[in-house]
Design a protein around this ligand. Structure first.
Ligand SMILES: [Ca+2]
Ligand SMILES: [Ca+2]
Ligand SMILES: [Ca+2]
Ligand SMILES: [Ca+2]
Length: 434
């Protein structure tokens, strides 16, 4: 992607020179090139010269989602996008999970979420798919040694017929072989669904944790994370967070009582929501895009107000289209991952622009470049004032779907990024720093 001497030059720039370059050249081709090289323009942290190799799995539109897992148990992580799983680490071969359709990018696919989990506990990872927000999630049973490499689709079973929200996701169960549980809302109530003893013949049991909140099928923003520091993941939405009580057993069975609701505005509704101690002061902060089809990405600092939890918003990408972060701005952050991309111990963000979410004329800046970025978390000094995110471009010809996957697919320990959307399906393999 980039010549070595130029990257080295960028890394050796004095801090003052970098600062001047960032201030003077923002928006220029030179600044864009530096960002493409992964050379940070920030002045508080050493630049991370991360590089990614792009692998195009397909240019067909199959899905808006992606997932990872070693489906054939050969020791290499595989990739799932839409109707196929692609065998790692080369991704030269693909095998069907369900019948493939090449969809028109002006329309929609039948896949808005993919998750991988061993639903039936047979040791082989199965695949969950949401066909449309508000419609069914099914799970496809991995046929195992005798069929995982076959040309036949996998047996399909129902999880739940009406999975509302545009970012349903696996509930974060602890431990290997912990099974599967799915976080979503249905009938207006938020909850977690768990498979029973016969998931091949019986739909999962939905355990509501909230009252009926009037939430519809196209609600944006949902996630799980420990907000109050008790070690138990709470539920995050754009309008509130729900506190997991001590006697709840999400992923096991239904709790005896609803969870405590804490009304709180975290934007207008984004994508996957996360709780993480961004500023390192020991409490859980909340990270979310502000509008799945608009602009804005923020982290919400947890504070105390009269002894109660409160939050102060800190923009990462501004909500105003004309504003920017170091010259970087893009719209429709419809997928957001929290992961330590550069291995420095701080969890970063991976997100991008959803390409043609509602076609080439809908929503904010639909014709903007479909960019994919990672935002490097840096801290200088204590507290929220020392937090700074540095944007690094990974690619400008893919973007995100309604979900993205980040994990090590090459086996070198470095997180890689997998995308499925209307541009196709792509793996971005993180390369060793030069
Ligand atoms: Ca494999
Ligand atoms: Ca299985
Ligand atoms: Ca914090
Ligand atoms: Ca990091």
């Amino acid at each position: 992607m980039v010549a070595v001497p130029l990257v080295s030059f960028g890394c050796k720039l004095a801090a003052s020179r970098r600062r001047a370059l960032r201030c003077a050249a923002v928006g220029s081709a030179w600044a864009a090139w530096l960002l493409a090289a992964g050379v940070g323009c920030g002045d508080d942290a050493p630049p991370r010269a991360l590089r990614f190799r792009k692998i195009t799995l397909t240019e067909s539109f199959h899905a808006e989602s992606a997932a990872l897992g070693d489906l054939d148990r050969d020791g290499s992580t595989d990739v799932v996008v839409g109707p196929y799983w692609y065998a790692g680490p080369a991704f030269q071969r693909r095998y069907p999970i369900y019948p493939a359709v090449d969809f028109d990018p002006l329309a929609y696919s039948n896949n808005f979420m993919t998750e991988v989990a061993d639903v039936d506990g047979d040791g082989w990872l199965d695949v969950l798919v949401n066909q449309w927000p508000g419609e069914a999630v099914s799970w496809f049973r991995n046929p195992g040694a005798g069929g995982v490499h076959a040309a036949a689709p996998w047996p399909r079973h129902l999880v739940h017929p009406a999975v509302d929200n545009e970012s349903p996701a696996l509930w974060p169960l602890a431990g290997v072989g912990a099974g599967a549980a799915l976080l979503f809302h249905t009938g207006g109530a938020v909850g977690v669904a768990v498979p029973g003893p016969s998931p091949s013949t019986e739909p999962w049991t939905f355990c509501p944790l909230s009252a009926r909140e009037g939430l519809g099928q196209y609600t944006h923003g949902l996630g799980a994370g420990d907000v109050n520091g008790d070690g138990r993941p709470d539920v995050l939405m754009a309008s509130a967070w729900w506190e997991q009580p001590a006697d709840a057993q999400p992923g096991v069975g239904c709790a005896p009582a609803l969870w405590r609701k804490h009304p709180q505005a975290f934007g207008a509704g984004g994508a996957q929501m996360h709780a993480y101690d961004v500023d390192g002061d020991g409490d859980g902060d909340v990270i979310t895009s502000l509008a799945a089809h608009g602009h804005g990405l923020s982290w919400f600092e947890q504070t105390q107000e009269d002894g109660a939890l409160a939050f102060v918003e800190h923009p990462i990408l501004p909500a105003q289209p004309e504003a920017s972060l170091d010259g970087v701005q893009f719209s429709q952050l419809h997928a957001l991952a929290l992961v330590d991309v550069d291995g420095d111990g701080l969890k970063d963000l991976v997100t991008g622009k959803r390409f043609w979410a509602h076609g080439p004329h809908g929503d904010a800046d639909p014709s903007g470049a479909p960019v994919l970025y990672w935002f490097q978390l840096t801290r200088s000094g204590a507290g929220a004032g020392g937090v700074r995110y540095l944007p690094h471009l990974i690619d400008d010809a893919s973007g995100v779907g309604t979900q993205l996957a980040v994990g090590d697919v090459s086996g070198d320990g470095r997180p890689d990024v997998v995308i499925g959307n209307k541009r196709g399906a792509f793996v971005f393999v993180q390369l060793a720093p030069r």
